[in-house]
Design a protein around this ligand. Sequence first.
Ligand code: NDP
Length: 231
Amino acid sequence: MARSVLVTGGNRGIGLAIARELAAAGDAVAVTYRSGEPPEGLFGVRCDVTSMADVEAAFDKVEAEHGPVEVLVSNAGITKDTLLAMMKEDTFTDVIDANLTGAYRVAKRAIRPMMKLKRGRVILISSVVGLSGQAGQTNYAASKAGLVGFARSMAREYGSRNITVNVVSPGFVATDMTAELDHEAIVSNIPLGRQAKPEEVARVVRFLASDDASYITGAVIPVDGGLGMGH
Ligand code: NDP
């Protein structure tokens, strides 16, 4: 039977590429979308990850359609960049709430059914910025670094239940999130000399979700063209 997979923020960007990659590999893939329409050909559930009630309702719908979620990809995320001296408290906490507490909400909802199944894969999408830091992104970097400690603690809690928890740490990927940035300046710091395509991140997620990655847990896998080397 096809595995039940849920990708948050799977209506565009990296999340959509992950959803399509896993669907092509034969999984029953559901995506959450917050605004607009669900992507064609994928089971979409409306969900804002800053609301536990939304998360509960989304999982209920996915379970009814595809069965208990066996692979969770926590991908939904936002940026609200500004220098610390100018950063209002809600600009900090909004980003933590979506990126870090959002991952807590979906992982918390997913874990009991995974424990019952005695198998599961949790993959959290962090960022190179979580470990290397980035001016203007204290909020975002804190949220993404937080995912590493969260994942590693979870990996220790549920390893004995055959549940792996890993972090994928992309660098500079061509999506709406990076459309406004100074591409030339960033690319000049990337050893591979270019931006990533969302599909290049998606393929690593597919690997981590596969049987080939059965002995990998608590890992942080960079997919950053060398941008974060040494961090
Ligand atoms: P996009 O801005 O293209 O897409 C973000 C996705 O997250 C959208 O689907 C959006 O939904 C969803 N989302 C945002 N906030 C919420 C929320 N509160 N509840 C539910 N869904 C939400 O971003 P990317 O595809 O580039 O990024 C995906 C992930 O990868 C993020 O976690 C990001 O931090 C990370 N990342 C991206 C990098 C890059 O270079 N692009 C580099 C490193 C990490 P909606 O369409 O409704 O707004």
